[in-house]
Write a protein that binds this ligand. Structure first.
Ligand code: APR
Length: 333
């Protein structure tokens, strides 16, 4: 299956050389994460055109942010067109959509507290995306993530390969940082993954966590590891408590890694919220699992061996995700 659909043919440059096709990424939501996404994509020159989309009341904000970031290109030297809009027609032909539309958490709030506000928003976004961007690969970031990405798929009926939720890459990054600090080594040498739902029941997979091939359990004591797992689970809330709103730098870069894996056919193995059809014994909802992302989107869900405690943790996480998916169904139209 060609997920990019009817992409334009490579165009001829004036010099007669064949240029690569114009890649377009639309960012649905031009707020904190949207802005970071735009600048990270532009710096990496991952797309020739980035669209910052927001609601009509924030059209000027989206346009102004886009212009600021385009002017920044003269200083940083990236070639990328960045435009702001509130018209879905400007997102037409997007190769990738990254969805951050919705409200973020405030101190004391759980991600679940956002569902009443963010469900109607994701429904609107899914309907417009279906109409204007029928061939896009979609990365959903809006919270509560597992419910939002589920509703996007339910509403569009798009294939599971083309819709993914961003949570695991971010949660894994948080886990990796805390492990690196505890072991007093470079974060570059820590490999770790967090699976399950994007909430307090997420499952940091200690059995698959290494520091340059050395099991983390050999370098960090049990009580410290327990504290790290707990801090990882509450990693988003810790930042909300400090800043008064949710994180945006690491969430944006996490999604950019996923978009790059798709656009450049990198076949990265990343923890992502994927639609499950029997993997790990679960089906009919999205949950964080190791995925291979390449040119065909989610090309594979990789099933790894988990410890008994991790399996129990994943079951509890799946139950929490199912609970929130029930809310989606109860209000579905
Ligand atoms: N279509 C497009 N954009 C919308 C829509 C909509 N229907 N509804 C709201 N938005 C926009 C808001 O106007 C706002 O500019 O989404 C943007 C969200 O930006 P922020 O409030 O800055 O929130 P941000 O920190 O970017 O987080 C967005 O991602 O991680 C999650 O929990 C977080 O749900 C939150 C989302």
């Amino acid at each position: 299956m060609d997920l990019r659909g009817d992409c334009p043919e490579p165009r001829e440059a004036i010099s007669g050389l064949t240029m690569p096709k114009n890649t377009k990424i639309s960012l649905i939501g031009a707020g904190n994460i949207g802005g970071e996404l735009a600048v990270a994509i532009a710096r990496a020159e991952l797309a020739q055109h980035v669209v910052l989309f927001d609601i009509p009341q924030k059209e000027g904000f989206a346009k102004g942010k886009a212009l600021d970031l385009e002017q920044n290109s003269a200083l940083e030297g990236y070639d990328c067109r960045i435009t702001g809009t509130s018209d879905w027609k400007d997102c037409a032909g997007s190769d990738v959509l990254i969805v951050t539309a919705g409200i973020p958490r405030k101190p004391g709030q759980d991600r679940k507290d956002l569902i009443a506000t963010n469900l109607p928003i994701i429904r609107n976004v899914a309907d417009r995306a279906k109409e204007h961007c029928p061939n896009a690969f979609v990365i959903v970031i809006s919270n509560p993530l597992d419910a939002m990405v589920y509703e996007f798929k339910r509403r569009t009926s798009w294939p599971k390969e083309r819709i993914v939720g961003m949570a695991g890459v971010l949660d894994s990054a948080r886990f990796q940082l805390f492990l690196a600090r505890a072991a007093n080594v470079s974060v570059k040498d820590v490999r770790a993954m967090v699976l399950g739902g994007h909430g307090d029941t997420m499952v940091p997979v200690l059995s698959a966590c290494t520091i340059n091939a050395i099991p983390a359990t050999e370098l960090i004591g049990k009580s410290e590891l327990d504290a790290i797992i707990d801090r990882t689970r509450k990693g988003g809330g810790e930042i909300v408590g400090l800043m008064g709103t949710s994180a945006f730098y690491a969430p944006a870069l996490s999604a950019v890694a996923m978009a790059a894996a798709y656009l450049n056919d990198q076949r990265r193995l990343l923890a992502c919220a994927a639609f499950l059809e029997g993997e790990y014994g679960y089906e009919g909802f999205f949950m964080g699992v190791p995925c291979v992302i390449g040119a065909r989107g989610i090309e594979k869900v990789v099933e790894i061996t988990l410890s008994e405690a991790e399996k129990t943790g994943l079951a509890a996480s799946a139950a929490a995700v199912k609970e929130i998916v029930e809310i989606v169904h109860a209000t579905a139209s």
